[in-house]
Each structure stands twice: as structure tokens, then as C-alpha cells.
Design a protein around this ligand. Structure first.
Ligand code: CA
Length: 226
């Protein structure tokens, strides 16, 4: 059974305890989790320097360095470490900054623990996950100000090169999804049947390892697939 190390960076002791318990309870089903805890970013960096951490759950409001800066620092040194942001608020600016910092997922703290565990598993498999409540911010930012995603900023680079194997037709469909078009509209635009469109969308979701078209659009933008 694969052993994975998870680090919870969170200053709120009760939240840390709850998260530790959630992972310890799921431990042994298909992954054996070793759970590490840090009450601030610097303690987190110390642990990451010593242990090979596979995934970090990162609070945004930390007492020393904010979670976005901490995410950037970790990603610069350990690009393969997955980072799931856990935030108590959902300000558009934070969401965009978190994505630019290289975070693999962004959840708000009202996420239930089973869902969070599920998100961590999907992030470990290479997927990105963004709370549907905040997904729209990302799409807005991409639509209104593509600069947000195209600045020459190293932290903005996807940690792993997106190897999606999308065909050029699928990329075309994905780009229309990101523009907010429905299947019917995409079918019309590309002059293909709705079933063909659905098949393309289905393949795209599978290849990108995402569960719906919003997540597909976000991944496309984040990883610069389109
Ligand atoms: Ca906090």
C-alpha cells in the first residue's frame, strides 16, 4: 500500500485536529497516510525540508506568512508537492493569487471532511479542483483580463507540464467551453452533431481528470492548455 505524507499548515488547533482525524480514519483503505501538522508557515517549511511531503493542506490566514506566499515558496522548491488551499473566505483576489501561486486546489472551510479527503485524492492523481463557488471568479478573470494568467511570472507556471494528449479538435471544444458555450452552441459553432460534441466533452473531462466542464475550463486556463 502506498505511503503518503500529508502536512496540515493551519494555526487553528481544532481544525488541525479535525483534519488529522479525517486522514487517519481513511488511512489504510488504499493509501497509508502519515499526517504532519504545523501551526504556522515557517514550521511547515521546516517539516517540508526534512520529510518528503506529498500534499499540503494550506490555510490562508496564518500568523507568520500568508498561505499564498507560503504556497509560492513551497512550489518553487518542491514543484511536485500538491497544495490544497483551505480558506475561510472567498475573495476573488485571493482566489486568483492562489491559482497563480501554483495551488492545485482551492476549498472554502465549509467543505465537509469527506469531500476534502476526496479532493486530496484527486489532486494526488494530478487533477485540479476549485470550489464551484469560486470557479466563476477564475472564469471571469480569464475572460475579462487574460493578463492575470499570462504574466511572465515563474510561480504562474504549472508545476508539471500539462500532458493532456488532447487532440486539436478537443482543444477547440475546450476553448469554447471556457468561453461559456453550451454543448448545443458548440455543436452549431463547429458544425457537428450534438452527440459528437458530447463525445468530445466526455473525452476532454476524462483526459483532464476533472468532473465537470467548469473544472475543465479552469484547468485549461491554469495549465495554459488553450
Ligand atoms: Ca487561520
Amino acid at each position: 500500500m502506498p505511503k503518503k505524507n500529508i502536512l496540515i499548515v493551519e494555526d487553528h488547533a481544532l481544525t488541525r485536529f479535525g483534519l488529522r482525524t479525517a486522514f487517519e480514519m481513511t488511512s489504510g483503505s488504499d493509501i497509508e497516510w502519515r499526517v504532519f501538522e504545523a501551526p504556522n508557515a515557517k514550521k511547515g517549511f521546516d517539516i517540508i525540508a526534512k520529510e518528503k511531503i506529498d500534499v499540503v493542506i494550506m490555510d490562508l490566514g496564518l500568523p507568520d506568512i500568508n498561505g499564498i506566499e507560503a504556497t509560492k515558496t513551497i512550489k518553487q522548491q518542491h514543484s511536485n508537492t500538491k497544495i490544497v488551499i483551505l480558506s475561510s473566505h472567498e475573495q476573488e483576489e485571493d482566489v486568483i493569487k492562489a491559482i497563480k501561486s501554483g495551488a492545485n486546489a482551492y476549498c472554502t472551510k465549509d467543505v465537509n471532511q469527506d469531500k476534502l479527503v476526496e479532493i486530496v485524492y484527486s489532486v494526488m492523481k494530478g487533477a485540479a479542483w476549485f470550489d464551484p463557488k469560486i470557479a466563476q471568479y477564475v472564469l471571469n478573470a480569464a475572460g475579462s483580463n487574460t493578463e492575470v494568467f499570462s504574466q511572465n511570472d515563474n510561480a504562474n507556471e504549472p508545476a508539471e507540464k500539462a500532458d493532456t494528449n488532447l487532440t486539436s479538435r478537443e482543444k477547440q471544444v475546450l476553448s469554447l467551453i471556457a468561453d461559456g458555450l453550451s454543448n448545443a452552441e458548440i455543436a452549431k459553432r463547429l458544425d457537428v452533431s450534438i452527440n459528437t460534441t458530447k463525445a468530445h466533452v466526455c473525452n476532454i473531462l476524462q483526459k483532464l481528470a476533472v468532473s465537470d466542464r467548469t473544472q475543465a475550463a479552469i484547468k485549461a486556463i491554469k495549465d495554459k492548455i488553450i
